[in-house]
Design a protein around this ligand. Structure first.
Ligand code: NAP
Ligand code: HSE
Length: 428
């Protein structure tokens, strides 16, 4: 028997417009497969005069999102507005009114997720968010359901398409960071203000959500160490390639000695690692579990249609659970014992421009040695009266490497500290 489920949509921009079109196209097939008929009954926007998809019945448009979440003809609410406020209070109002909610809002979940999950649990309604991380790639449901019993050790993800596109152009075409960013903006990957992407904060929000679900603890964006790609140079990329590595911006969540470490930074990934082959704006998440071993989920991490596909899956799940009279399992998040990035142990790549004169190499090596940072290999390139020194260290502690950098900066002969990259391999 078919049941109609009435959907209230908050936001009809890039993603909301695609969701309207996808649902119009697929409603009959979905009904035939699932017995659920999804019908959009209300859509909130800011501006009634903006163009909308031709499939949208304009009579359902309103500029009052509160009216959507409390309406009698809305059973499920989907939020794709992309702001913290008023999205937060709207989702709470929907849950309080007994309506499940589906959202793509990673900022909201990464900053206020713990409270929102509690509100959903108290209301006995779903709060689903597959679209918030990795666009169209199923990540949240596999983590919550298929891997619910798995002792996950580490998740490493390429979860920002813009930065992966920029690094791919720098690696494959020799583009400068600035030229690759301009191309990403021209193609619509990067925003006019690219800070959230290139600064690592978009990836930080996503990895905070992944860490929360994978480890069952509340992790917020403030708990994530975020370092972006703005300082990566052609030298770093070329050197990495010579050593058999590819530079990627990684979001990493790991469990070490009962503590959870969550960080975003560019890293040298061995060219043989599955993440090294993730190119352009694609995303992938690599999961290491004690029982399951290694898994990788790969696909379109952004874009209106892939994101709408994830939203539709959540809408159907919420509609199914509502028909059964309740919700699926809500995440139970305990307080995280967080591991400081200072305690990370990794190999490092370090590039320095120094004055090319006697004693400089010894002085630089002395600073590394003073902090217990042992050199595995070193290469020097002449640059006129300067030289570029590139070190790969043995496994060292992050705090010691940071102290090393501070002392190197104060050396008269050091003209510039170039790249610092963690090397994926033996780190813990
Ligand atoms: P967008 O194009 O800016 O659309 C936002 C929509 O929300 C617009 O329709 C806007 O109305 C409406 N809106 C904003 N504030 C409102 C308010 N106070 N009252 C009523 N309507 C309001 O954004 P988007 O790219 O679709 O992204 C939406 C969400 O999806 C964000 O959370 C984003 O992080 C997430 N997401 C996006 C992607 C992607 O590829 N774009 C991928 C994954 C997740 P007007 O149209 O009238 O301005
Ligand atoms: N700006 C993001 C990216 C897409 O480049 O991956 C939305 O999450």
């Amino acid at each position: 028997m078919t049941s109609a489920v009435r959907v209230g949509v908050l936001g009809c921009g890039n993603v909301g417009g695609a969701l309207v079109s996808l649902l119009a196209r697929e409603a009959n097939a979905i009904e035939a497969r699932t017995g659920i008929r999804l019908e959009i009954t209300r859509v909130a926007v800011r501006d009634l005069d903006k163009p909308r998809p031709p499939e949208l019945n304009r009579a359902v448009l309103t500029t009052d999102p509160n009216a959507v979440v409390t309406a009698d003809d809305v059973d499920v609410v989907v939020e794709i507005m992309g702001v913290l406020d008023p999205a937060d209070e709207l989702l709470r109002a929907a849950l309080a009114a007994g309506k499940p909610v589906v959202t793509a809002n990673k900022e909201l979940l990464a900053t206020r997720g713990v409270d929102l999950f509690a509100a959903a649990a108290a209301a006995g309604r779903d709060l689903l968010f597959e679209a918030a991380v990795g666009g169209g790639i199923p990540l949240i449901r596999p983590l919550r359901e298929s891997l619910a019993g798995e002792p996950i050790a580490r998740i490493m993800g390429i979860v920002n398409g813009t930065t992966n596109f920029i690094l791919t152009r720098m690696t494959e075409d020799g583009a400068t960071y600035e030229d690759a960013l301009t191309e990403a903006q021209r193609l619509g990957y990067a925003e006019p203000d690219p800070t959230a992407d290139v600064g690592g904060f978009d990836a930080g929000a996503k990895v905070a959500i992944l860490a929360s679900i994978a480890f069952g603890v509340g992790v917020s964006l403030d708990d994530v160490y975020c370092e972006g790609i703005t300082k990566i140079t052609a030298t770093d990329i070329a050197f990495a390639r010579r050593l058999g590595y590819v530079v990627k911006l990684l979001g990493i969540a790991e469990q070490v000695d009962g503590q959870i470490g969550v960080r975003v930074h560019p890293a040298m990934v061995p060219a043989t690692h599955p993440l090294a082959s993730v190119r352009d704006s694609f995303n992938a998440v690599f999961i290491e579990g004690d029982a399951v071993g290694e898994l990788m989920l790969y696909g379109r991490g952004a874009g209106a249609m892939p994101t709408s596909s994830a939203l539709l899956g959540d809408l159907l799940d919420a509609a199914h659970n509502l028909r059964q009279g309740g919700a699926g399992r809500a995440p139970v998040l305990s307080t995280a014992k967080l591991r400081s990035v200072d305690d990370l142990r990794s190999q490092y790549y370090l590039a320095l421009d120094v004055a090319d004169r006697p004693g400089v190499l010894a002085a630089v090596a002395g600073v590394l040695g003073n902090h217990g940072v042992s050199i595995q290999s070193m290469e020097q390139q002449g640059l006129g009266d300067e030289a570029r020194l590139v070190f790969i260290t043995h496994v060292a502690r992050e705090a010691d490497v940071q102290k090393t950098l501070r002392d190197l900066e104060s050396l008269d002969a050091v003209r510039k500290i170039g790249g610092l990259l963690r090397v994926i391999g033996d780190e813990k």
